[in-house]
Design a protein around this ligand. Structure first.
Ligand SMILES: [Zn+2]
Ligand SMILES: [Zn+2]
Length: 317
């Protein structure tokens, strides 16, 4: 098989695009797709200040790498869940990437703040770890954005993530999520940053190839708590479909975006937390209630790692 662009030996075949490419041309092809996605859907504008939510995994580190390569000066934010070796290794990979990109990143250290890991916090909240984690992450990341003037939050969700979530929402007709225009959610000025997913047309397999070829050193393990069986099942179903009809996932997501164009999002009455000012559905938000319960409002803050990677502790209330 020969590369469609340069005619040398191809290293990756992309059946959904009916093409094959060598490593170098694949990198350009994927980066161009990300750039075109950003432009077409207006994900990041010239006057925006973007930040990437990094986990240490291939997708978030790759999107951070790609954005900076494309000239979007994006910093990073990491929520350190304090899950032993997994979290330490993730942090080490993020530091290494930040050093390479010469960008700074913020760390929200859950164990230092709560003096407990996410599993123990979840028990106190009577939630499963993933639910407690999601709530704390949303709050922490939004705090970093609001306190430091980042108006666009970028996440590394890829085509497979989006297609699996869409399939799940369709199967159970979760209308509340179905019309949410998931790849690009509007923010609320002064309360919540806009959320965008520049990789939503790039598949899991493409992102793994991209990280490998670009030498991005990422953590291969999944979070030990995030064994989301359902989402894996949906991904497998979609991969089986993709096997027989290449391009299915892409069509599924593109068709969705076409369909929801013009449909008004059903907006629930949103109000703002009386304590922190972030969006919530009435009264005080779950995070502020949790902080009150632990009596740790004064310790809530984040660490900022400069591009020289000297740590400076920043505690904010
Ligand atoms: Zn080539
Ligand atoms: Zn609050």
């Amino acid at each position: 098989m020969k590369c469609r662009v340069c005619g040398q030996d191809a290293h990756i075949s992309l059946r959904s695009y009916n093409t094959a490419l060598c490593s170098q041309d694949f990198i350009s092809f994927l980066e161009k797709r990300v750039f075109d996605t950003i432009q077409k859907y207006n994900l990041i504008g010239n006057n925006d200040t973007p930040i990437v939510a990094v986990s240490g995994g291939k997708d978030s580190l790759s999107v951070w790498h790609i954005l900076n390569k494309l000239g979007y000066k994006a910093d990073g934010v990491y929520v350190d869940l304090g899950i032993g070796e997994y979290s330490q290794e993730s942090l080490a990979k993020i530091k290494k990437t930040a050093e390479g990109l010469q960008r700074k990143f913020f760390v929200f250290p859950i164990r230092k703040i709560f003096e407990k890991g996410i599993d123990e916090i979840a028990k106190v909240m009577r939630r499963v770890p993933c639910s407690a984690c999601g709530m704390i992450k949303r709050y922490a990341i939004n705090k970093v954005c609001m306190d430091n003037g980042y108006n666009v939050l970028i996440t590394g969700h890829n085509l497979d993530d989006e297609a699996a979530a869409l399939l799940g929402n369709l199967l159970y007709w979760k209308e509340e999520y179905l019309w949410k225009k998931s790849p690009f959610l509007d923010g609320h000025e002064g309360h919540l940053s806009r959320k965008v997913k520049p990789l939503f047309l790039c598949s899991e397999r493409e992102m793994a190839a991209y990280a490998l070829i670009s030498g991005i050193d990422y953590i291969h393990d999944e979070c030990p708590f995030s064994i989301n069986a359902k989402s894996l099942t949906y991904k497998n179903i979609l991969n089986n479909l993709e096997e027989t009809s290449p391009g299915t996932k892409l069509q599924f997501i593109k068709g969705y975006l076409k369909t929801i164009k013009g449909i008004e999002e059903k907006k629930r009455d949103i109000s703002y937390c009386t304590t922190c000012g972030y969006p919530c559905y009435g009264g005080t938000c779950s995070m502020c209630r949790l902080l009150h319960r632990f009596h740790i409002k004064d310790r809530i803050g984040f660490e900022e790692w400069g591009s020289n990677l000297d740590i400076t502790q920043k505690m904010m209330t």
